[in-house]
Ligand binder design. Structure first.
Ligand code: NAP
Length: 260
């Protein structure tokens, strides 16, 4: 299926590894011109993207820097993927142990990054229609467990999508959410991510946590998603093939969320 993305200017946040890097590569393979941002761009990212921007998107300045660099080098934006997420203080602690800094970090990384990047990009979007994908999480639909601040921030991000879809339709801009379940990235595989924290709490190796995640989360396919599978859905939603799809939340979760 030709997604007709050749020559489109695409901005991807949180792009140095995982789902972001897979999305940059998929967009590049479709012929898009990709501007990619992370705090520490990796050689893999530099090889895949047209332009890389080293910036902290948990800050207001970071969003401005990214879009200003995009405007300077490419003039406008057709496609935006607000993928950055997680957070320096991502925590499995119960509500009573989460302080203001934990909440501020979760909201800055998972919600305000998308708010600020989208707001900064707005004057550059929509000349020929445009499309935004916000990367949320199944945690937005299942906030009854840790990491609570992250799940609540993702729920707000999913709500932002629905509100923006209505408001930006007049500009010909579509906005959708992609909500992954457990996906094989550093979020599960690194000792600093969720997988590492769960492994420490359970006193088992990270590999055991990763292997047990599908059953734990109720993924009926019995396996984690791969970052490339999430990237494929993101690319489809960005393309004209999805021209009448907006304001919706799309799961890539191995069947974990089965409610209607
Ligand atoms: N993996 C999963 O199981 C899963 C499940 C549900 C939802 N998600 C969501 O999917 C998205 C991607 O997750 P992932 O698993 O691919 O994560 P990942 O492998 O941890 O990658 C996160 C990316 O974001 C960048 N980043 C983090 N904080 C940043 C900041 N403040 N400013 C700029 N860039 C920043 C990182 O690069 P630097 O460190 O260099 O900045 C990295 O490129 C996130 O929104 C996550 O919440 C993931």
């Amino acid at each position: 299926m030709d997604l007709d993305l050749a020559g489109k200017i695409a901005v991807v946040t949180g792009a140095s590894r995982g789902i972001g890097l897979a999305t940059v590569r998929a967009l590049r393979d479709e012929g898009a011109v990709v501007v990619a941002a992370a705090r520490r761009p990796t050689p893999d990212l530099t090889a895949a993207a047209t332009t890389t921007v080293a910036t902290d998107l948990a800050t207001a300045d970071g969003a401005t820097q990214l879009i200003e660099a995009t405007r300077r080098e490419h003039g406008h934006v057709d496609l935006l993927v607000n993928n950055v997420g997680g957070g320096a203080r991502l925590s499995l602690a119960p509500f009573g142990e989460l302080d203001d800094e934990d909440w501020a970090d979760a909201l800055a990384t998972n919600l305000m990054s998308a708010v600020r990047v989208t707001r900064a990009a707005l004057p550059l979007l929509g000349r020929n229609g445009g499309a935004i994908v916000n990367v949320s999480s199944i945690g937005a639909r299942r906030p009854d467990g840790p990491p609570l601040a992250y799940n609540v921030a993702k729920a707000a991000l999913s709500a932002l999508t629905a509100g923006l879809a209505a408001e930006l339709a007049r500009l010909g801009v579509r906005v959708n959410t992609v909500s992954p379940g457990p996906t094989r990235t550093a979020m599960w595989q690194s000792e600093h991510g969720l997988g590492g924290q769960l492994a420490a709490a359970m006193n088992v190796p990270i590999d055991a946590v990763v292997a047990g995640a599908p059953a734990q989360v109720g993924m009926v396919t019995g396996r984690l998603s791969e970052p490339e599978e999430v990237a494929s859905l993101i690319c489809f939603l960005l393309s004209g093939r999805a021209d009448n799809i907006t304001g919706a939340d799309h799961l890539v979760d191995g069947g974990a969320i089965r409610s209607l």
